[in-house]
Design a binder for this molecule. Structure first.
Ligand SMILES: NC(=O)c1ccc[n+]([C@@H]2O[C@H](COP(=O)([O-])OP(=O)(O)OC[C@H]3O[C@@H](n4cnc5c(N)ncnc54)[C@H](O)[C@@H]3O)[C@@H](O)[C@H]2O)c1
Length: 419
């Protein structure tokens, strides 16, 4: 696994810091973007496991347009399903082979590396089998939902001497990477507090779309498909990356957790939480306070990370903003929204496979996110409380009030009238 080096995207991403002009009200300066990632000499021959579903088709598109890769095979146990078939056809029309059993795909010597877009509960099983077959692995988030599973995956990677990375597209976004670089350069001084609100909307029907959806265990494996591991993991990860010190993107640990987990959706398909309230202390210099809210019960989808520093503050809400005390605002835009980071994550994986760099979303880094979320469940003693109030609309008030007061709902005083 070679030297500790992140993909060219970040290595080259050291444009001179914009000179800070004297502050003028309302002035916003757009920060320089990270340099684009270079290309590897020989494209990596990829197999995709999990062709249909919510994310498989995106992987087909990326692998077909990214010159660092060639999509040579696809595996799915539901090739005849009308929802999978059109995507399988896209793959074969581009010359790819199809397998109905992922083990056959892993036995195909023309496949060098796999991307695993099958459900959570299969991530460990398929990853370990892929390493044993001598393939590199890019697995969808969550890497796995139990720390033991992550450890087994890391051990299998090390035994095989291959690359293991997680597909977390937001980690590759310029708006995040550039903001992180400035924070790490001390643009707002030491970080004191980090706040995340990650609000999503999922109907009851969402949890009935697949049998594994919303389940704690599935087929005897850990699955833990609640809002933390499924949706909010993107922004929980970003929050922990933005707050972690050091030149390379790392993931800060969290201690002293206080937690409230709730379930609002009425469907019995959901066994896990759909609302999580978390406070803790980051294991970073100065032990910054972490406050995080995540839910799939907010009709308005919105994600906000706020970072309070000793000499200013920063914010990410789709674009990054830096508000250094007495200086102009700096902004860090993306060209497009959510999926901007897919290519950078893929390209850092390519560079890791061909040149031995550490991928942006290396297993060893991202396993810490699993550790954090798993600790949240343990801290809650696995107690997911039925919603204490009836209408999900009230959750918006809870979140707003908790956000203003930077505390868990149970600690809000006076007691909200809707509680
Ligand atoms: N990065 C993102 O933004 C993003 C978005 C959606 C889903 N995901 C992740 O992708 C994974 C899949 O989620 P989904 O909602 O697409 O799931 P899904 O249930 O819709 O399944 C995805 C695909 O995997 C296939 N599959 C299932 N079992 C298989 C097996 N044993 N062998 C081969 N193929 C198999 C299914 O047939 C389907 O085509 C999850 O872990 C999820 O967290 C990530």
């Amino acid at each position: 696994m070679g030297k500790e080096k992140v993909g060219k995207s970040t290595k080259k991403a050291t444009p001179a810091a914009p000179r800070l002009a004297p502050w003028a009200p309302g002035q916003i300066v757009t920060a320089e973007k990270a340099a684009p990632v270079g290309s590897v000499k020989e494209p990596i021959r990829m197999g995709l496991i999990g062709i249909g579903g919510g994310i498989g088709p995106l992987h087909i598109s990326e692998l077909q347009k990214n010159p660092n890769f060639r999509l040579v095979a696809g595996g799915d146990n539901r090739l005849d399903d009308p929802a999978v078939r059109p995507h399988a056809e896209r793959l074969t029309s581009a010359g790819g082979k199809l397998y109905s059993d992922y083990r056959q795909l892993l036995a195909d010597a023309s496949v060098e590396a796999v991307v695993i877009a099958a459900p959570h509960f299969l991530h460990r099983e398929i990853t370990v089998a892929a390493f044993a077959a001598g393939k590199h692995v890019l697995v969808e988030k969550p890497m796995a939902t139990h720390p033991d599973d992550c450890r087994a995956m890391i051990q299998a990677r090390d035994q095989a001497g291959k690359v293991g990375a997680v597909h977390m597209q937001h980690v590759g976004r310029n708006s995040m990477l550039d903001l992180r670089r400035k924070l790490n350069e001390g643009a707002i001084g030491p970080i004191r507090e980090v706040f995340l609100s990650s609000l999503w909307w999922r109907e009851d029907s969402y949890y009935n779309r697949a049998r594994w959806s919303g389940k704690k265990m599935f087929n005897g494996a850990w699955n833990l498909d609640g809002v933390m591991y499924n949706q909010a993991i993107h922004y929980l990860t970003q929050t922990l990356i933005l707050a972690a010190p050091g030149r390379e993107p790392a993931v800060a640990g969290v201690a002293d957790l206080q937690v409230g987990l709730y379930r609002f959706h009425a469907t019995s398909a959901l066994e896990m939480e759909d609302a999580a309230f978390i406070t803790g202390k980051l294991t970073a210099p100065g032990s910054p306070r972490l406050i995080a809210f995540a839910t799939t019960c907010s009709r308005v989808e919105r994600h906000l990370i706020e970072i309070i520093g000793a000499k200013g503050r920063a914010m990410w809400n789709g674009a990054g903003y830096l508000f250094p005390d007495g200086q102009p605002v700096l902004d860090f835009p993306d060209n497009t929204r959510d999926f901007e980071g897919v290519s950078p994550v893929y390209n850092s994986f390519a560079e890791a496979v061909r040149e031995g760099a550490t991928p942006l979303t290396d297993f060893s880094r991202i396993a810490r996110v699993t550790e954090f979320i798993f600790n949240v469940y343990e801290q809650a003693a696995w107690n997911i409380r039925p919603a204490p109030w009836s209408a999900t609309e009230n959750l918006a008030q809870v979140v707003q009030q908790a956000q203003r007061q930077r505390t868990l709902p149970a600690a809000l005083q006076p007691k909200p009238q809707w509680a």
